[in-house]
Design a protein around this ligand. Structure first.
Ligand code: MG
Length: 462
């Protein structure tokens, strides 16, 4: 992992590490490694600093000699969708996804709409460290133009992927929680055009996130969970801050864990194709493998991070891919996580199956995936992992250890995985078993081991 780019781009605290000079130099470095024809496409999420950061990015790219198409505020997948369609040489997105409000960030998009591959990120970081931003004379400065059609173009693309008439006929009643994020500008229009009767929660753009924090966890979605059954809606849906993810609430008001929707839509994709590869990180539920294999497909595991999943899907011509956090990728649409596409697809499956969402979810293999966070200083994330890995080497014959990403320990009762976050000062702990008590105890066991190592290394460096 590079010095600046994490699992999903650069994310820093506004006014502390994310300053105007930092953004200008980093976008300048991005311009340096993207010579060749085609405009730069710039878009932002709805954070308080996003308009300023977007203008800095456009200005720097223009002064580097590149024409700029400004899309304004749009979900990350909408901006990605537009890059190849505008024949962009690259895209720059100013967003911090689901992070707390004090963050913002920079995401680089390649000409094919996928996130920068690791070697491009490394080249950008090297150019940044050399202070190597290009500058052109006055007669070669790029033009900056706005494009108000970016959102519509994206939604047309999504509607082209689903049976719109079948969805419209059902006149679904939906509660949509935009979490005051970028989906405000697209998902209500999508739901309207799909003939749903919808109610919006937190439906204004507001970088203070007055409704709830922008990570769509069960704890943050209490209003959505209570509203869905209260108005007898068939579905609740929430997006994270940049709407590359969607999570759901069933008609009974139950929060549907992301891995369930992942398993459901992975199975549908394999069924439709008759076979095929599904790509998912090592953090995914065994339910995904179970349903994919029984539908005649196979699962390819990767490291965590949607850019890694997207590139592996491209390399293996996968029929579907995604993560347990509600970030799902539909390759016929685009190789990027897409919250609105996920919503349209869930509505299509509901329309076709003609049963409530709860019934589709309850019919999936039953596993409980427990997710926890353990704070860990950034400087200790890597040393802690090394220490944990060497402690694992003592080996128990009934246990399989995978170090594809973090450490995954698989035993007969279930598995747990600990891995350092790529974007935040913490470790993520996942544990899965057939029942909640076992999953919780696997998680507790992993957390105890992890915290002991963090404590020991903190004492040593103190
Ligand atoms: Mg996101």
């Amino acid at each position: 992992m590079g010095r600046y780019f994490g699992t999903n781009g650069i994310r820093e605290v506004v006014g502390a590490t994310l300053t105007a000079p930092f953004v200008a130099e980093m976008v300048g470095a991005i311009a340096r490694v993207h010579e060749g024809p085609g405009p730069a496409v710039v878009g932002t999420d709805g954070r308080t600093s996003s308009p300023a950061l977007g203008r800095i990015a456009s200005g720097v790219l223009s002064l580097a000699g590149r024409d700029v198409v400004e899309l304004g505020v749009l979900p990350t997948p909408a901006i990605q969708y537009n890059v190849p369609r505008l024949r962009g040489r690259l895209g720059v997105i100013l967003t911090a996804s689901h992070n707390p409000p004090e963050f913002n960030g920079i995401k680089g998009i390649a000409s094919d709409g996928l996130e920068f591959p690791p070697e491009v990120e490394a080249a950008v970081e090297a150019a940044y460290e050399r202070h190597d931003a290009p500058g052109v004379p006055y007669d070669r400065v790029g033009r900056i133009q706005g494009d108000p059609r970016g959102g519509d173009r994206y939604l047309e693309g999504i509607r082209g992927q689903v049976d719109v008439e079948a969805i419209q006929r059902r006149r679904f009643r939906v509660v949509l929680d935009c979490g005051n994020g970028a989906s405000v500008v697209t998902s209500p229009h999508l739901l309207g055009s799909l003939g749903t009767r919808y109610v919006t929660l937190n439906g204004t753009l507001d970088g203070m996130f007055p409704g709830h924090l922008s990570e769509p966890t069960e704890a943050n979605l209490a209003d959505l969970v209570s509203t869905v059954p209260a108005i007898r809606a068939e579905l609740g849906v929430a997006h994270d801050g940049d709407a590359d993810r969607a999570v759901f609430v069933d008609e009974k008001g139950r929060y549907v864990p992301g891995e369930k929707i992942l398993a459901l839509l992975a199975r549908e994709a394999v069924r439709e194709a008759g076979k095929g590869t599904v790509v998912t990180p090592v953090t995914s539920s065994d339910a995904v493998r179970e349903v994919v294999e029984s539908a005649g497909g196979k699962v390819l595991y990767t490291r965590v991070g949607s850019p890694v999943v997207a590139r592996a899907m491209q390399a293996h011509a996968a029929v579907f891919g995604g993560e347990e956090n509600g970030g799902l990728i539909f390759p016929r649409h685009q190789l990027a996580r897409d919250g609105a596409m996920t919503l349209a697809r869930v509505l299509e499956v509901l329309a076709r199956e003609g049963v409530p969402l709860s019934q589709l979810i309850d019919a999936l293999p039953s596993y409980t995936l427990v997710k926890r966070k353990v704070p860990c200083p950034v400087a200790l994330r890597q040393p802690v992992l090394e220490e944990l890995t060497s402690a694992m080497d003592r080996g128990d014959p009934g246990v399989e250890v995978s170090t594809l990403d973090g450490i995954k320990v698989i035993s007969r009762s279930g598995w747990y995985l600990v891995r350092p976050s790529g974007t935040e000062p913490l470790y993520r702990v996942f544990a899965e078993a057939r029942d909640r008590a076992t999953a919780e105890s696997l998680a507790e066991d992993a957390i105890a081991k992890l915290e002991a190592v963090i404590r020991r290394l903190s004492d040593r460096t103190a």
